[in-house]
Design a protein around this ligand. Structure first.
Ligand code: NAD
Length: 488
């Protein structure tokens, strides 16, 4: 089947996207990685398993396309990105089905992801034509300071499975807008979405070699080959903090610029003057978007004593009412976890907390069957030293902790190596802002359960990462400032 003959509905066909590596605008046949439907454990398709030679081939392709792409006028780069946004929007339902099939997330979540993912292309189509420069007078008065921004060069983009479309577009959008060519290595659990996106990119007019996609079972070896190639100047990674640390060390060997979007352990603070219903609505979004498999997912609910019991009761009622099942089925709100290993980890964390004195209000045991299902679960009275209080749960488990004073809540919230997202609920905005400013995190949502927005700088402090994606600064992650000292 050729590009021209692909009908919109074919985008839901997993096998279609398993045609091989996408390098230099060509599909190179291959096999070796089985893509599993987490709702049934059945094989959806098989994709190619890239070798280190394929990785070098991808660097060659990105290098061959680099000069032309860099010289392509920003307006033209913008128009290609804009067409890509348009195509994603037109094929949104089919893409959502595909995401739901390989990742497991419920269709409403998958639809939300496609819309969010496409917006990165629209936003960076708009930013491509607004790349900033700077002009200053040297303080001594003898000359002028002119700062240009140049594309860094070839960028390696490594993405996780939890948002297979959005984590890719959040990198490809700014990289292409900046004038970089890229090699995307998606997670091998969810490669089909990445290949479908590449297909749409080609249809939108992305020239061969500007975007290359490869899947592999040897990410470390492949990344090593690419990062030690002097033509590669950028690594943009989204994934766990553990892998991020390894990649920072790896990139240090060739002093490659790194942007790191790593793990989180978000606190969700409900102060005693909060609107309880609004806090519960926000809690459900912050916890259950993507069934808890989100880096921004609320991991620790700190609720002030006056509202604690009512919050636990309200949250339990809402969590217990959610419909769990295969993500593609109508009415399902919570899909399966990505793998059986994820389910086993969640099961272990919950069992350990309960053993140490946590009270279980709903859920608490994996669901039987072939799929990787874990039910929405609520715990309170969780001991602060329990592992679940310090680990990214990455599943539908809400742990509620009681606190008495604002200072105590801030101290507890900051007791983590992570610093990505935080949530504060209070009807007193000055109080909420005061607390928000004291929280050690890159992003704070005030009276909201969702903060992700292509127009805002997304990223973390502490061990949650380096750099920001999205917003007006996101494009600069792929550009080097170049200073000219000019005298005339
Ligand atoms: P992961 O770190 O296991 O894998 C992420 C990617 O890195 C995958 O493509 C994987 O194949 C690749 N990888 C793994 N080992 C590698 C190595 N040695 N060298 C090169 N590449 C390697 O993470 P995951 O399980 O796919 O995703 C979940 C994690 O991602 C969570 O910790 C979550 O918080 C984080 N995450 C962060 C953000 C953010 O924006 N901060 C967004 C989404 C997910």
């Amino acid at each position: 089947m050729t590009l021209a003959t692909i009908h919109e509905s074919d985008y839901t066909n997993p096998v279609l996207h398993a045609q091989g590596l996408y390098i230099g605008g060509e599909w190179l046949p291959g096999s070796g990685i089985e893509v599993i439907n987490p709702a049934t454990n059945a094989v959806l398709a098989e994709v190619a398993d890239a070798t280190t030679a394929d990785a070098l081939h991808a660097v060659d392709a990105a290098a061959a396309a680099a000069a032309n792409w860099r010289a392509t006028p920003p307006r033209q780069r913008a128009e290609i990105l804009r067409r890509w946004f348009q195509l994603m929007t037109e094929r949104a339902e089919a893409l959502a089905q595909l995401i739901s099939l390989e990742n497991g997330k419920a269709l409403p979540d998958a639809r939300g992801e496609v819309a969010y993912a496409a917006e990165f292309f629209r936003w960076y189509a708009e930013e491509a034509v607004r790349i900033p420069g700077e002009f200053r007078h040297a303080p001594g008065g003898a000359y002028n300071i002119l700062v240009d921004h140049e594309p860094m060069g070839i960028a390696v983009l490594i993405t996780p499975w939890n948002f297979p479309a959005a984590m890719a577009t959040r990198k490809i959008g700014p990289a292409l807008a900046a004038g970089c060519t890229v090699i995307l290595k998606p997670a091998s659990e969810t490669p089909l979405t990445a290949y479908a996106m590449a297909r749409l990119g080609a249809e939108a007019g992305v020239p061969p070699g500007v975007v290359n996609v490869l899947t592999t079972t040897q990410p470390a070896a492949i990344t090593n080959v690419m990062l030690t190639d002097p033509r590669v100047r950028k690594l943009s990674f989204t994934g766990s903090t553990g892998v991020g640390r390894i990649l920072l060390a790896e990139a240090a060997k060739s002093v490659v610029s790194c942007s790191m979007e790593l793990g989180g352990n978000a606190p969700f603070l409900v102060l005693d003057d909060a609107d309880l219903e609004a806090a519960l609505d926000g809690a459900m979004i912050a916890k259950m978007r993507n069934a808890g498999e989100a880096c921004t997912a609320a991991n620790r609910f700190y609720v002030q004593s006056g509202l604690h019991d009512a919050f636990v009761a309200g949250l339990t009622q809402r969590m217990a009412a959610l419909q769990v099942g295969p993500g593609t089925e109508a009415g399902v709100q919570v899909g399966p976890m990505i793998t059986s290993t994820s389910v086993a980890k969640i099961e272990r964390l919950v069992a350990d907390a309960v053993k140490q004195g946590a009270r279980l209000h709903t859920g608490g045991k994996p669901l039987p069957g072939n799929g990787h299902f874990y039910p929405p679960t609520v715990l309170d009275n969780v001991p602060l030293h329990a592992e679940i209080a310090h680990t990214e749960i990455f599943g539908p488990v809400a742990c509620v902790y009681r606190f008495d004073t604002e200072e105590e809540a801030i101290r507890l919230a900051n007791t983590t190596e992570y610093g990505l997202a935080a949530y504060v609920y209070s009807t007193d905005l000055s109080r909420a802002m005061r607390v928000g400013k004291a929280l050690e995190s890159g992003m704070v949502a005030i009276n909201r359960g969702l903060m992700s927005d292509p127009a805002a700088p997304f990223g973390g402090v502490k061990q949650s990462g380096l750099g920001r994606e999205g917003g007006v600064t996101g494009i600069l992650e792929f550009m080097e400032p170049k200073y000219f000292a000019v005298e005339w």
